[in-house]
Design a protein around this ligand. Structure first.
Ligand SMILES: *Cc1c(COP(=O)(O)O)cnc(C)c1O
Length: 342
């Protein structure tokens, strides 16, 4: 996908520390102006995150060369704009309603965002894509699956079609919530589609939003570009250590996903029995999109009782997005809502 790159990025020489040349074994480190008199966090982290990438490569059955690690998925999104989109000139595409960061990132880079509406089942309208893609010629196409805030998986066959139709663009499939929708990841397709980028994150199912770690999987030539653009030490020592520990002992992650799915089912059922609730959308994620008779009033009522949910009424009329919490948090929410009177 080299012809998609901005010319200045194609020419870019990445910053190289002395440790890019020398990585193996122990050495006396007098190259990076660190403080030698302290001991725990005085050294710069591994700029390649070699150990963490190897562990992820095994976990996800990929090669390390197909993995980019960023300060949250948002860093990968930002770098994709920086690498492939000429400010003030290029366009990108998304399917709405969806995650707000794609548009914010486009605005930051002065890139025009073209938003195609999802259909009434929150799926992609392929005819619209076929018709508009050749006219719009976006550099990047964002698909969020499971989609935020609607919660549903985007049909894998449709994603495959979009990858083919939009062959001259990078198609970014954001799988932040994929762990809650087993057997649906399109990760393995990066061997088949040179234009596919898959985003995953440690912020949701792994329960590590605080360490800020996002992952982009893509064919090696795309990963090489992102690595050239990133800040040399973008992933801290602490983040690398904590993520590696989580992967090496993923029992906690598996148990959390299982508990979450049980709570999601319970909460969905309870909410649909509440008078003020009009509809609970089916969810493949760790949140529920819920349509209320009067969403804003419910939002205020919950806030007055110190429960914060997300107002989505501007994206989906009358809807709030509610994260699935612990058992006691969910009970608290259901009790409060059942006492609500408008
Ligand atoms: C939460 C979320 C992310 C995760 O972002 P991080 O920067 O990795 O925390 C990515 N995409 C979507 C759609 C999300 O909802």
């Amino acid at each position: 996908m080299k012809n998609l790159l901005r010319k200045n990025i194609e020419r870019l020489q990445a910053y190289r520390s002395a440790r890019h040349e020398y990585m193996e074994g122990k050495a006396t480190l007098l190259d990076a102006n660190e403080n030698p008199f302290t001991s725990s966090h005085n050294r710069y982290p591994d700029p390649f995150c070699s150990e963490l990438k190897s562990a992820l490569a095994v976990l996800r059955d990929r090669s390390s060369r197909q993995i980019f690690l960023g300060n949250g998925s948002d860093e990968a999104i930002d770098l994709l704009f920086r690498a492939y989109c000429e400010p003030g000139k290029d366009r990108v595409m998304q399917f709405i309603p969806t995650y707000g960061m794609y548009k914010v990132s486009a605005d930051i880079h002065d890139i025009k965002m073209l938003s195609l509406p999802l259909n009434h089942e929150f799926q992609i309208d392929l005819n619209m894509v076929r018709e508009l893609y050749p006219i719009l010629q976006p550099k990047l196409v964002f698909i969020c699956s499971p989609n935020n805030p609607t919660g549903n998986i985007i049909d894998n066959q449709d994603i495959e079609r979009v990858l083919s139709i939009c062959g001259q663009s990078l198609v970014i499939v954001d799988e932040a919530y994929i762990d809650f929708a087993p057997h649906s990841s399109v990760l393995a397709w990066i061997d088949r589609f040179p234009n596919l980028v898959v985003l995953q994150t440690f912020s949701k199912a792994w329960g590590l939003a605080g360490i800020r770690l996002g992952v982009a999987y893509a064919p090696a030539d795309i990963i090489e570009v992102l690595d050239r653009l990133k800040a040399p030490y973008n992933i801290s020592v602490h983040t690398q250590k904590v993520a590696l520990e989580a992967i090496n002992d993923d029992d906690c992650y598996r148990k959390a996903v299982k508990k979450l799915l049980a709570q999601r089912q319970w909460l969905s059922k309870q909410l649909s029995c509440i008078k003020e609730v009009e509809y609970v959308y089916p969810s493949d994620a760790n949140f529920l999109l819920v349509r209320f008779k009067k969403a804003e009033a419910v939002m205020t009522y919950l806030k007055n009782h110190k429960i914060i949910v997300r107002d989505q009424t501007k994206k989906v009329p009358d809807c709030l997005r509610i994260s699935v919490g612990t058992e006691s948090e969910n009970i608290q929410l259901v009790q409060l809502l059942s006492q609500y009177t408008s």
